[in-house]
Design a protein around this ligand. Sequence first.
Ligand code: PMP
Ligand code: GLU
Length: 397
Amino acid sequence: MKSLSRQVAKAEESQTLALSALAKKLQSEGVDVVSLTAGEPDFPTPLHIKQAAIKAIENNFTKYTQNPGIPELRQAIAEKFKRDNGLSFDASQILVSNGAKHSLYNALKAICNRGDEIIIPAPYWVSYPQMVNLVDAKPVIIQTTEKTGFRMTAAQLRRAITKKTKAIILCSPSNPTGSVYSQEEIEALAKVVKETDIYVLSDEIYEKVIYDGATHFSMGSIPAVKDHVITINGVSKAYSMTGWRIGYLGARKDIVVAAEKVQSQTTSNASSISQRAALAALTGGEVELKAMTAEFLKRRDFIHSAITAIQGVTCVKPQGAFYIFPNVSHYFGAKFHGSTIKSCDDIAQFLLHEEKVVLVPGSGFGSKKHLRLSYACSMADLEKAAERIQRGFKKLQ
Ligand code: PMP
Ligand code: GLU
């Protein structure tokens, strides 16, 4: 039989989605597992947002919409970018897609040619290198460590740039480390971007989930690089709307036109009903969002101290998003029931089988020494998970 696509064969399935599906399957079979896998807020979508969607259905707003999104949502997004991020976009420079994941893919497809290099600082979100492979470009990984709070320096960026570099993917606040770049750090990176004339895909989906007085700064607000930056965001995380699938980007007009073309020939518009819901989210104030973030902060403090109380485990305190990324390499070489722990994947397997906790090994995020725990679940689940993880590591001591 004829072979299938080599590009797709090279790509891996999303580990975050695969492991959260595994946790759901085990739960449906009656196994008492706790899942700290997907970054999916456990809160219901706020009522006024759901009501906007119900109204859309009742009013028969259930047909195709304009491919790049309904005009009032594009306008609301342009206003949001201005209000929150200091970005000046006309509504025509906004593309609404089926989740920020789709926005990222459309943007990469719009700018990449075969062999282009896309720089990705590690630890990275699982999907970045895979998407780069899917558009036939080449991921170039810059390793960052705890020493710099998992933030890439301008010098590191400069060293990684070659003639083939097309863009860099920046994620602040970061999934999986929770690190947040300061304005000064973004400005230093922007200087390199300007000098080397590359693009930036700035993934700002966690901008609202931020703690300890840290502030989010959008690179696209720096006039010298505004035409280089594609700013990506969405409603999944801030408004607990993961299932509604609305993401968006703002960029230079020709980039948006190219991304629109990709979308028009692949998926067409995002759901009409979800667009109305997203409009209600972006124009409906931030009361629920602030309450959710306050709750995430409590959970972060709880899980961070529970995990760092484990002998030998260290963890940078995240300033944003809802993940912690502890270093568990102290346990490499430990033995359990005759087998040796060699990697974070082994520890994740051990915790699954021995303690019934599902979490994501760091290997999918570009680090073999870490685990990623999502604390977007309930406090009760988090307490249960912490107890089990602590007990599990005791068995390895
Ligand atoms: N970027 C990052 C860093 C994420 O963690 C996610 C989570 N899924 C996304 C983008 C995409 O989110 P969505 O497609 O739900 O908008
Ligand atoms: N972004 C979330 C995560 O990292 C959701 C899963 C996904 O889209 O990969 O867990």
